[in-house]
Design a protein around this ligand. Structure first.
Ligand code: ATP
Length: 235
């Protein structure tokens, strides 16, 4: 579904990622692991069209997408759920969700049905639909960010550190829902520092270090890999 071949991205003269190759199949759940600054977000920015690659290609469903504008990439079916959430804090939960359906804005019925699906996944968003997004707790805002991304009906959803700053119990609930979204048919590419939680639900993963991929494998292989355990799991 998504093939990233020998991708490099520079910020000015600084090479943030180099020679990155990643494959995500239809229906897969793939995780990118790595510490702060290792290059996960830069990879996402390149996929979403926010950062132009200096080398390499990104192919989605057989079509090269590098160089396309971010809105064309959303239309092709790739939607990123941003780190830091980037909601509209003054607007209600409901209004934030409808903003997520911008690409489907002419299809009122589709939007209504998508909202019901999001409410089914996150009942708390239904309860708080008239509340301002800014009044929600951190976990609820993250749920709203995921819900808003789902409103665009993505084929591939990019999730950048959804667990950041959340209590362990909330992280667990969040990851359960992400797993359900994947089981319901959305392909997932997740960037995480929380390797322990992520490897429990992902099929495969890639480990970034200093802008390059140093290890890749199934979740089980990564979980039992000595170096990965030492660096990202502990014990
Ligand atoms: P994080 O979890 O902090 O987002 P990350 O693995 O996603 O980490 P990136 O944000 O992709 O890492 O950063 C990769 C490298 O590129 C880092 O060295 C970072 O300092 C650098 N970098 C990121 N954004 C910029 C920018 N806009 N200008 C210059 N350098 C940048």
């Amino acid at each position: 579904m998504l093939e990233i071949n020998r991708l490099s991205v520079k910020y000015g003269a600084y090479t943030a990622i180099s020679n990155v190759t990643i494959e995500v199949g239809q229906g897969d759940f793939v995780v990118l692991l790595g510490s702060n600054g290792a290059g996960k977000s830069t990879t996402f920015k390149a996929i979403s069209g926010l950062q132009k690659p200096s080398e390499g290609e990104i192919v989605f469903e057989g079509t090269p997408i590098q160089g396309l504008s971010p809105d064309r990439i959303v239309q092709s079916g790739i939607v990123q759920c941003a780190e830091g959430r980037k909601l509209f804090p003054q607007m209600t939960v409901y209004e934030n969700l409808t903003m997520g359906a911008y690409v489907h804005r002419k299809k009122k019925k589709v939007i209504k049905q998508s909202i019901e699906e999001v409410y089914d996944l996150f009942p708390i968003l239904h309860e708080k639909k008239e509340d301002a997004a800014g009044s929600l707790s951190g976990g609820q805002q993250q749920m709203l960010a995921i819900g808003r991304a789902l409103m665009a009906k993505p084929k591939l959803m990019l999730l950048d550190e959804p667990s950041i700053g959340l209590a362990p119990l909330i992280v667990e609930q969040m990851f359960d829902v992400i797993q359900k979204i994947n089981k319901d048919g959305t392909t997932i590419l997740l960037a995480e520092q929380n390797a322990n939680a992520a490897l429990k639900i992902a099929d495969r993963g890639y480990v970034f270090e200093n802008g390059s991929i140093v290890v890749e494998g199934t979740s089980e292989e990564l979980f039992t890999n000595e170096a990965v355990r030492k660096a990202y799991i502990g014990a």
